[in-house]
Ligand binder design. Sequence first.
Ligand code: ADP
Length: 252
Amino acid sequence: MSTIITVDSLVKNYGSFEAVKGISFQVKEGEIFGLLGPNGAGKSTTLEIIETLRTKTSGKVWVDGLDLDQSPEEIKKIIGVQLQSSGYYPGLNLVQLIDLFCGLYNREQDPMELLDLVNLRDKAKSKVKEFSGGQRQRFSVATTLINNPRIIFLDEPTTGLDPQARRSLWELIRGIRDRGTTVIITTHYMDEAEYLCDRVAIIDSGQIIALDSPDRLIDQLVASGFERPKEMKQANLEDVFIHLTGHSLRED
Ligand code: ADP
Protein backbone atom coordinates (compact mmCIF):
# COMPACT_ATOMS: atom_id res chain seq x y z
CA MET A 1 0.00 0.00 0.00
CA SER A 2 1.32 3.44 -0.85
CA THR A 3 1.60 6.26 1.64
CA ILE A 4 -1.07 8.94 1.33
CA ILE A 5 -0.24 11.12 4.35
CA THR A 6 3.15 11.84 5.88
CA VAL A 7 3.47 13.86 9.07
CA ASP A 8 7.07 14.66 10.01
CA SER A 9 8.14 16.18 13.34
CA LEU A 10 4.88 18.13 13.70
CA VAL A 11 4.83 20.70 16.49
CA LYS A 12 1.97 22.93 17.63
CA ASN A 13 2.35 25.42 20.43
CA TYR A 14 -0.46 27.48 21.87
CA GLY A 15 1.52 30.32 23.41
CA SER A 16 4.07 28.65 25.65
CA PHE A 17 2.02 25.42 25.85
CA GLU A 18 3.24 22.57 23.62
CA ALA A 19 0.09 20.74 22.51
CA VAL A 20 1.82 18.61 19.83
CA LYS A 21 5.46 17.79 20.50
CA GLY A 22 7.12 16.73 17.27
CA ILE A 23 5.05 13.76 16.11
CA SER A 24 5.72 11.73 12.97
CA PHE A 25 3.56 9.11 11.29
CA GLN A 26 2.40 7.92 7.91
CA VAL A 27 -1.06 6.87 6.75
CA LYS A 28 -1.36 4.31 3.97
CA GLU A 29 -3.82 4.63 1.15
CA GLY A 30 -7.02 2.67 1.79
CA GLU A 31 -6.56 2.08 5.50
CA ILE A 32 -8.61 3.17 8.49
CA PHE A 33 -6.08 4.91 10.68
CA GLY A 34 -6.96 5.78 14.27
CA LEU A 35 -5.60 8.55 16.47
CA LEU A 36 -6.27 7.45 20.02
CA GLY A 37 -5.66 9.18 23.27
CA PRO A 38 -7.21 10.87 26.27
CA ASN A 39 -8.84 14.29 26.07
CA GLY A 40 -6.27 17.00 25.54
CA ALA A 41 -3.71 14.63 23.99
CA GLY A 42 -3.51 16.68 20.78
CA LYS A 43 -5.63 14.53 18.44
CA SER A 44 -7.92 17.26 17.10
CA THR A 45 -5.05 19.71 16.77
CA THR A 46 -3.12 17.20 14.65
CA LEU A 47 -6.16 16.39 12.55
CA GLU A 48 -7.05 20.03 11.96
CA ILE A 49 -3.50 20.85 10.87
CA ILE A 50 -3.60 18.07 8.26
CA GLU A 51 -7.05 19.29 7.21
CA THR A 52 -5.49 22.75 6.55
CA LEU A 53 -7.85 24.26 9.15
CA ARG A 54 -5.20 25.13 11.72
CA THR A 55 -1.66 26.48 11.40
CA LYS A 56 1.30 24.46 12.67
CA THR A 57 4.27 25.77 14.60
CA SER A 58 6.81 23.59 12.78
CA GLY A 59 7.24 20.26 11.02
CA LYS A 60 6.13 19.04 7.62
CA VAL A 61 2.93 17.49 6.29
CA TRP A 62 2.34 15.94 2.87
CA VAL A 63 -1.06 14.76 1.67
CA ASP A 64 -1.03 12.66 -1.50
CA GLY A 65 2.37 14.11 -2.34
CA LEU A 66 1.16 17.69 -1.83
CA ASP A 67 3.15 19.85 0.57
CA LEU A 68 0.82 21.49 3.11
CA ASP A 69 2.94 24.64 3.09
CA GLN A 70 2.73 25.03 -0.66
CA SER A 71 -0.56 23.48 -1.77
CA PRO A 72 -3.25 23.79 0.92
CA GLU A 73 -5.92 24.53 -1.68
CA GLU A 74 -5.03 21.40 -3.65
CA ILE A 75 -5.17 19.36 -0.45
CA LYS A 76 -8.65 20.71 0.35
CA LYS A 77 -9.89 19.34 -2.97
CA ILE A 78 -9.05 15.74 -2.12
CA ILE A 79 -10.14 15.55 1.52
CA GLY A 80 -13.52 15.35 3.22
CA VAL A 81 -13.94 17.01 6.58
CA GLN A 82 -16.77 16.42 9.03
CA LEU A 83 -18.58 19.56 10.06
CA GLN A 84 -20.15 19.81 13.46
CA SER A 85 -23.90 19.36 13.08
CA SER A 86 -24.44 22.64 14.93
CA GLY A 87 -23.02 24.29 11.81
CA TYR A 88 -25.93 23.19 9.62
CA TYR A 89 -28.59 25.67 8.65
CA PRO A 90 -31.55 24.63 10.81
CA GLY A 91 -34.22 25.65 8.30
CA LEU A 92 -32.97 23.44 5.45
CA ASN A 93 -33.79 19.78 4.83
CA LEU A 94 -31.16 17.16 3.93
CA VAL A 95 -31.50 17.50 0.17
CA GLN A 96 -31.25 21.28 0.41
CA LEU A 97 -28.20 21.00 2.66
CA ILE A 98 -26.45 18.60 0.27
CA ASP A 99 -27.23 20.92 -2.63
CA LEU A 100 -25.79 23.80 -0.63
CA PHE A 101 -22.58 21.89 0.12
CA CYS A 102 -22.31 20.79 -3.51
CA GLY A 103 -22.45 24.45 -4.46
CA LEU A 104 -19.67 25.25 -1.99
CA TYR A 105 -17.51 22.45 -3.35
CA ASN A 106 -18.55 23.20 -6.93
CA ARG A 107 -19.54 19.57 -7.44
CA GLU A 108 -22.52 17.77 -8.91
CA GLN A 109 -23.86 15.10 -6.62
CA ASP A 110 -27.17 13.27 -6.52
CA PRO A 111 -28.44 13.92 -2.97
CA MET A 112 -30.53 10.73 -2.94
CA GLU A 113 -27.54 8.58 -3.86
CA LEU A 114 -25.60 10.04 -0.97
CA LEU A 115 -28.53 9.62 1.43
CA ASP A 116 -28.94 6.00 0.31
CA LEU A 117 -25.35 5.34 1.22
CA VAL A 118 -25.91 6.49 4.81
CA ASN A 119 -29.39 5.00 5.07
CA LEU A 120 -31.22 8.30 5.28
CA ARG A 121 -33.23 8.25 2.04
CA ASP A 122 -36.53 8.32 3.91
CA LYS A 123 -35.35 11.43 5.79
CA ALA A 124 -34.55 13.41 2.65
CA LYS A 125 -37.15 16.06 3.42
CA SER A 126 -36.45 16.22 7.16
CA LYS A 127 -34.36 18.78 8.95
CA VAL A 128 -31.29 17.89 10.98
CA LYS A 129 -32.74 19.41 14.14
CA GLU A 130 -35.41 16.67 14.13
CA PHE A 131 -32.77 13.93 14.10
CA SER A 132 -31.41 11.55 16.71
CA GLY A 133 -27.69 11.55 17.45
CA GLY A 134 -27.06 8.56 15.19
CA GLN A 135 -28.91 10.09 12.26
CA ARG A 136 -27.02 13.34 12.68
CA GLN A 137 -23.71 11.54 12.66
CA ARG A 138 -24.62 9.52 9.58
CA PHE A 139 -25.59 12.71 7.80
CA SER A 140 -22.40 14.36 8.97
CA VAL A 141 -20.38 11.46 7.51
CA ALA A 142 -22.36 11.82 4.26
CA THR A 143 -21.32 15.46 3.99
CA THR A 144 -17.64 14.44 4.06
CA LEU A 145 -18.22 12.47 0.84
CA ILE A 146 -19.66 15.30 -1.24
CA ASN A 147 -16.47 16.14 -3.12
CA ASN A 148 -15.61 12.46 -3.74
CA PRO A 149 -12.56 12.75 -1.50
CA ARG A 150 -9.56 10.40 -1.42
CA ILE A 151 -9.37 10.78 2.37
CA ILE A 152 -11.99 11.56 5.00
CA PHE A 153 -11.39 12.77 8.54
CA LEU A 154 -13.78 11.78 11.31
CA ASP A 155 -13.34 13.41 14.72
CA GLU A 156 -14.98 11.29 17.44
CA PRO A 157 -17.88 10.31 15.17
CA THR A 158 -19.62 8.02 17.66
CA THR A 159 -19.35 10.03 20.86
CA GLY A 160 -22.70 10.01 22.64
CA LEU A 161 -24.36 7.39 20.43
CA ASP A 162 -26.19 4.30 21.67
CA PRO A 163 -24.77 0.85 20.80
CA GLN A 164 -26.91 0.27 17.70
CA ALA A 165 -26.18 3.68 16.28
CA ARG A 166 -22.47 3.14 16.92
CA ARG A 167 -22.43 -0.22 15.18
CA SER A 168 -24.38 1.15 12.25
CA LEU A 169 -21.86 3.98 11.94
CA TRP A 170 -18.99 1.47 12.10
CA GLU A 171 -20.49 -0.45 9.19
CA LEU A 172 -20.90 2.80 7.29
CA ILE A 173 -17.25 3.74 7.88
CA ARG A 174 -16.06 0.28 6.79
CA GLY A 175 -18.22 0.53 3.68
CA ILE A 176 -16.66 3.88 2.80
CA ARG A 177 -13.19 2.42 3.18
CA ASP A 178 -14.17 -0.61 1.10
CA ARG A 179 -15.03 1.81 -1.72
CA GLY A 180 -11.39 2.92 -1.66
CA THR A 181 -11.45 5.99 0.59
CA THR A 182 -8.77 6.36 3.26
CA VAL A 183 -10.27 7.10 6.68
CA ILE A 184 -8.60 8.88 9.59
CA ILE A 185 -10.58 8.75 12.77
CA THR A 186 -10.09 9.99 16.31
CA THR A 187 -11.78 8.19 19.14
CA HIS A 188 -11.36 7.51 22.79
CA TYR A 189 -13.31 4.26 22.55
CA MET A 190 -10.85 1.38 22.41
CA ASP A 191 -13.47 -1.17 21.27
CA GLU A 192 -14.20 1.09 18.33
CA ALA A 193 -10.54 1.38 17.40
CA GLU A 194 -10.04 -2.37 17.76
CA TYR A 195 -12.98 -3.11 15.50
CA LEU A 196 -12.41 -0.44 12.87
CA CYS A 197 -8.78 0.53 12.61
CA ASP A 198 -6.10 -1.18 10.55
CA ARG A 199 -3.50 0.75 12.52
CA VAL A 200 -3.62 3.16 15.43
CA ALA A 201 -1.33 5.81 16.84
CA ILE A 202 -1.74 6.24 20.59
CA ILE A 203 -1.09 9.86 21.53
CA ASP A 204 -0.47 11.09 25.04
CA SER A 205 0.47 14.64 26.01
CA GLY A 206 1.30 15.57 22.43
CA GLN A 207 3.52 12.56 21.72
CA ILE A 208 2.99 9.25 19.95
CA ILE A 209 3.67 6.51 22.47
CA ALA A 210 2.70 3.54 20.24
CA LEU A 211 1.86 2.96 16.59
CA ASP A 212 0.82 -0.38 15.12
CA SER A 213 -2.18 -2.54 14.29
CA PRO A 214 -4.48 -3.23 17.26
CA ASP A 215 -3.63 -6.95 17.02
CA ARG A 216 0.10 -6.38 17.14
CA LEU A 217 -0.19 -3.94 20.04
CA ILE A 218 -2.22 -6.53 21.96
CA ASP A 219 0.27 -9.30 21.07
CA GLN A 220 3.16 -7.13 22.28
CA LEU A 221 1.40 -6.52 25.56
CA VAL A 222 0.70 -10.22 26.04
CA ALA A 223 4.29 -11.11 25.08
CA SER A 224 5.51 -8.74 27.78
CA GLY A 225 3.85 -11.01 30.35
CA PHE A 226 0.65 -9.04 30.83
CA GLU A 227 -2.32 -11.01 32.11
CA ARG A 228 -5.84 -9.87 32.67
CA PRO A 229 -6.76 -9.93 36.33
CA LYS A 230 -10.02 -11.72 35.52
CA GLU A 231 -10.78 -14.32 32.89
CA MET A 232 -12.46 -12.87 29.80
CA LYS A 233 -16.18 -13.35 29.65
CA GLN A 234 -17.56 -14.81 26.45
CA ALA A 235 -19.89 -11.87 26.05
CA ASN A 236 -20.40 -8.53 27.69
CA LEU A 237 -23.44 -6.49 28.64
CA GLU A 238 -23.36 -4.62 25.36
CA ASP A 239 -23.65 -7.94 23.52
CA VAL A 240 -26.68 -8.79 25.67
CA PHE A 241 -28.28 -5.46 24.88
CA ILE A 242 -27.73 -5.77 21.15
CA HIS A 243 -28.86 -9.41 21.17
CA LEU A 244 -32.10 -8.46 22.91
CA THR A 245 -32.89 -5.34 20.94
CA GLY A 246 -31.63 -6.42 17.52
CA HIS A 247 -28.71 -5.47 15.29
CA SER A 248 -30.75 -4.02 12.54
CA LEU A 249 -30.87 -0.38 11.68
CA ARG A 250 -33.67 0.89 13.79
CA GLU A 251 -34.85 4.34 14.84
CA ASP A 252 -31.49 5.41 16.15
P1 ADP B 1 -7.70 16.19 21.87
O1 ADP B 1 -8.34 16.32 20.54
O2 ADP B 1 -6.76 15.03 21.96
O3 ADP B 1 -8.69 16.18 22.99
P2 ADP B 1 -6.77 18.88 21.38
O4 ADP B 1 -5.93 18.81 20.17
O5 ADP B 1 -8.15 19.41 21.25
O6 ADP B 1 -6.76 17.47 22.10
O7 ADP B 1 -6.02 19.77 22.47
C1 ADP B 1 -4.68 19.54 22.87
C2 ADP B 1 -4.29 20.55 23.95
O8 ADP B 1 -4.22 21.85 23.35
C3 ADP B 1 -5.29 20.64 25.08
O9 ADP B 1 -4.57 20.84 26.28
C4 ADP B 1 -6.11 21.86 24.73
O10 ADP B 1 -6.60 22.49 25.89
C5 ADP B 1 -5.10 22.74 24.02
N1 ADP B 1 -5.72 23.60 23.01
C6 ADP B 1 -6.48 23.20 21.96
N2 ADP B 1 -6.86 24.25 21.22
C7 ADP B 1 -6.34 25.36 21.81
C8 ADP B 1 -6.38 26.75 21.52
N3 ADP B 1 -7.04 27.22 20.46
N4 ADP B 1 -5.75 27.58 22.37
C9 ADP B 1 -5.06 27.12 23.44
N5 ADP B 1 -4.98 25.81 23.76
C10 ADP B 1 -5.61 24.94 22.97
